[in-house]
Design a protein. Sequence first.
Length: 307
Amino acid sequence: MHDQSHSALAKRADQSVDSSPSQRLRADVCSSSKLFFLMEAHDGLSAALAERAGFKGLWASGLSIACALGYRDANEASWSQVVDAVERIVDSTQLPVLVDGDGGFGNFNNARLLARKLRQRGAAGVALEDSCFPKTNSFVDRHPLADVDEFSGRLRAVKDTVAQDFVLVARIEALIGGHGMDEAILRAHAYADAGADAILIHSRRSAADEILAFARAWQNRLPVVIIPTKYYRTPVSAYRKAHISTVIWANHAMRAAIAAMRQVYHRILTEESTSSIEPSIATLDEVFELLRYDELASAEARYLRPS
Ligand code: SPV
Ligand code: MG
């Protein structure tokens, strides 16, 4: 069910006056010359924290959402579980959310259903990758690429279903699968012809050379989105110089949470006390402030005890 809280309603009212989430995402990814960042979120809390930190857009990461649910990034989480997680992310921030839709959970029909449900829940766009169902995380294994024409059909079906108010990013896994630059470029052209708004090119190399070579060959026929998880040592100035549109910081909140939780669990167990960790964890007041308990208090005054 949709959250009908005061803040959610106020948010929807704000958005009807301003531009829609997808218009904002489109402006930043597709028609801005400034390098744009999308920060990973996997639940309402991480989304709210990313917004507080100052990010202007979110990546609803398949890997991180699966991980938070205790699943592997292998389509173990169902499309409807992903849609539910996205709803919590959307309702927790004002930011546009680009959703990692994996391969669309099947064929063109599953992909267009996923896109329609994501748009209904307030996502701003979806990234679909040319993998086969069930997919595997790009860094886990080599995996088969989808047929170009079949995947283009998935893109066209999504475009025909949600085109008007939704950003469609086509993600190419050809370099991940070791198929080479020519195959990546061929796919990029096919996906542009199929109606994609941007191309996400992924690489498993620890240097950005492949990505930068792609950008040179592609010449920005459509904006380029990248995920520098493995080539994290490359400074973002290289991406600005290459006229990359968008960098996705894809999984760092989830990985930070793992490291922090692991450390706290260990210390509580070994020290049999929480006194030494108190200074390094969030206070309850911070929790209440982050989730806007003050809004609940004023709503109670208005609705429970009207004067
Ligand atoms: C994700 O965040 O789920 C991604 C990015 O698809 S990656 O895991 O780097 O492939
Ligand atoms: Mg993913």
